[in-house]
Design a protein around this ligand. Structure first.
Ligand code: PRP
Length: 183
C-alpha cells in the first residue's frame, strides 16, 4: 500500500501517457504550429488552470516571436462534470482584434468550455482563431469543436497529471495518468 493511499485514502493514479510520449507529441505539435505561425506574432491563449504545463513546454519549442496570455474559465457543476454554464473568472489582458490567436487547452472533453470560449473570442474579431489541445476525449463530446493541433486522442477515463487535476490534486504529475476508480 502506497503512502498516498495511506495518507489520503485516494485512488492511485496509473500512467496512461508517459512524460516521454508527451514530450514527443509536444515537439510534433510545436513543429506544426511553427510551420503555420512563424513570422505572424501569434497570441497563444491558455485556458487555466489545466493548460499551464502544456503551454510552458510548447512555447519552449517555439523559437520565434509570439505572445502568451491566459484566461481562467470555470464551469458550474459537480467536480467532474461540466454543466455547460461557463464563467470567465479571469479575463483577457491582451487585445484580440486583428490578431492571430491560438487557444491552448489541456483537454477537450464535453467541448462545452472551449466551444463557449471560441465563440466569445470570435466576436472580438481576431484575424484568425484556432485551437491547440494536448488531449481530446471525443467520446464525451456535447458541443462541436474543431481541433486544429492535437497531441493525443484519449479514452473515456478520468485523467490527471501534466496539469490535469482531480479536486486540485495531481496537476504536478509529469505523466498523464488514469485515476483508477474514478470516471
Ligand atoms: C478542464 C480542462 C478544460 C475543461 C474541459 O478544466 O482544463 O478546460 O475542463 O472540459 P469540457 O470539454 O467538458 O468543457 P476545469 O474546468 O476542470 O478547470 P481547470 O483547468 O482549472 O482544472
Amino acid at each position: 500500500m502506497s503512502m498516498m493511499r495511506i495518507v489520503n485514502s485516494q485512488p492511485e493514479p496509473s500512467i496512461l501517457i508517459t512524460k516521454e510520449e508527451i514530450a514527443v507529441a509536444v515537439r510534433r505539435v510545436a513543429a506544426e504550429v511553427k510551420r503555420d505561425y512563424q513570422g505572424e506574432l501569434p497570441l497563444l491563449l491558455g485556458i487555466l488552470k489545466g493548460s499551464f504545463m502544456f503551454m510552458a513546454d510548447l512555447i519552449r519549442q517555439l523559437d520565434f516571436p509570439l505572445e502568451v496570455d491566459f484566461v481562467r474559465l470555470s464551469s458550474y457543476g459537480s467536480e467532474k462534470e461540466s454543466s455547460g454554464k461557463i464563467k470567465i473568472v479571469q479575463g483577457l489582458h491582451s487585445g484580440v482584434k486583428g490578431r492571430e490567436v491560438l487557444v491552448i487547452e489541456d483537454i477537450v472533453d464535453t467541448g462545452l468550455t472551449v466551444s463557449f470560449f471560441m465563440n466569445y473570442l470570435r466576436k472580438k474579431k481576431p484575424a484568425s482563431l484556432k485551437l491547440c489541445a494536448l488531449t481530446n476525449k471525443p467520446s464525451r463530446r456535447q458541443a462541436p469543436v474543431a481541433i486544429d493541433y492535437l497531441g493525443f486522442t484519449v479514452p473515456n477515463r478520468f485523467l490527471v497529471g501534466y496539469g490535469l487535476d482531480f479536486n486540485e490534486r495531481f496537476r504536478n504529475l509529469p505523466d498523464i495518468c488514469v485515476l483508477e476508480g474514478e470516471g
